[in-house]
Design a protein around this ligand. Structure first.
Ligand code: ATP
Length: 315
């Protein structure tokens, strides 16, 4: 029936790591991390369309994106999210699910683009199938698909204009969090309010490779995360900037000269208050004093990297 058809479009925001520490390897093989994750306005648009159909063989998924080289089958995290939600929460439900993703977030960049698409599908199906799951329950589903997914779930609950009304009272809906364990133990903290420039050199760094690299590297300096959190609470930029340290940065910058070149150029020519590589890289971001500063920095970085953006943190 036409009236049963549903569509929902969700903004799948990217994240940056304000700091990242690796503290060992857990029994399950994952690295034990401690980091501050901050949501930013740069986003992909994830459109879900659902047509109930009793003649369908369960939930029949198809998908497309504006990046022709991205897989549009089970290898895509968005597809995996749909499959997981269908298996876990929609047994006996039959119909056609179409997922269309307009990507803006660079891929394999340290910005959690795939994880954020995954989170958007989890949220979207919670809404379409009227599951009534809390942010905590949605995070638990997300954690089965990737370590960054729960943070993206929490961020979308706070920032997406379609979703956030339903989650205003949910304590886990937030823009910024301290992540520990394998990155899925999350505690909301006040976010940073800043304009940003982001620049991704034209290489892909696999997360697994960067974490392997850190096992072999001497770690020169580590962030003091409680001090970073105090800085965020007090809006003390000295404490925040002092602790903008990512222990994966040394490996990636040394291994990939274009990543080093990107950071050096941003440092010398962009007038940023502080800069850091996000996640396992290779994207480097800089804090900018205002919108004009971020736009000017973006123009400079576009001279070397097409995938350069100006944006701001979500608040
Ligand atoms: P993280 O910061 O969470 O480690 P990332 O930003 O480094 O993530 P992604 O953009 O999530 O990396 O992509 C990592 C890999 O996942 C890519 O190699 C890509 O082929 C695959 N992938 C699967 N689904 C998606 C998707 N929907 N969007 C982007 N990449 C996807």
């Amino acid at each position: 029936m036409e009236t049963d058809n549903q569509r929902i479009e969700i903004r799948a925001y990217a994240k940056i790591n304000l700091c990242l520490d690796v503290q060992g390897v857990l029994e399950n093989g994952y690295h034990q991390v401690a980091m501050v994750m901050q949501q930013i306005l740069l986003c992909d648009d994830v459109l879900l369309r659902w047509v109930p159909d009793e003649t369908a063989d369960g939930v029949v998924i198809s998908m497309g994106t504006n990046r022709p080289w991205l897989p549009t089958d089970r290898r895509n995290l968005a597809w995996q999210a749909a499959e997981l939600m269908a298996q876990t929460y929609a047994s006996g439900v039959c119909g056609i699910l179409r997922i269309d993703i307009k990507k803006r977030i660079p891929v394999a960049a340290g910005l959690a683009g795939g994880s954020s698409n995954c989170a958007a599908v989890i949220h979207g199906l919670n809404r379409i199938w009227d599951l009534g799951l809390s942010v905590k329950e949605l995070c638990e589903a997300g954690a089965r698909l990737g370590s960054d997914v729960p943070f993206c779930v929490m961020g979308q609950a706070a920032a997406d204009p379609v979703l956030n009304v339903a989650f205003v009272d949910d304590p886990l809906a937030c823009h910024c969090a301290v992540a520990t364990g394998r990155g899925t133990d999350l505690e909301p903290v006040p976010g940073l309010n800043s304009y940003l420039v982001l620049s991704k050199p034209p290489i892909s760094v696999s997360t697994a490779e960067a974490y392997r690299g850190v096992d072999e590297e001497e770690i020169a300096g580590r962030p003091d995360i409680p001090e970073m959190v105090r800085g965020l609470r007090k809006k003390d930029s000295t404490l925040i900037q002092k602790n903008m340290v990512n222990v994966l940065e040394n490996y990636t910058l040394k291994r990939y000269p274009v990543a080093m070149y990107t950071k050096n150029k941003m440092q010398k020519e962009c007038n940023c208050d502080a800069l850091l590589m996000s996640g396992s890289g290779p994207t480097v971001f800089g804090l900018c004093a205002d919108r004009e500063g971020a736009k000017a920095a973006c123009r400079v970085m576009k001279e070397i990297n097409r995938e350069s953006f100006w944006t701001r943190t979500t608040v």
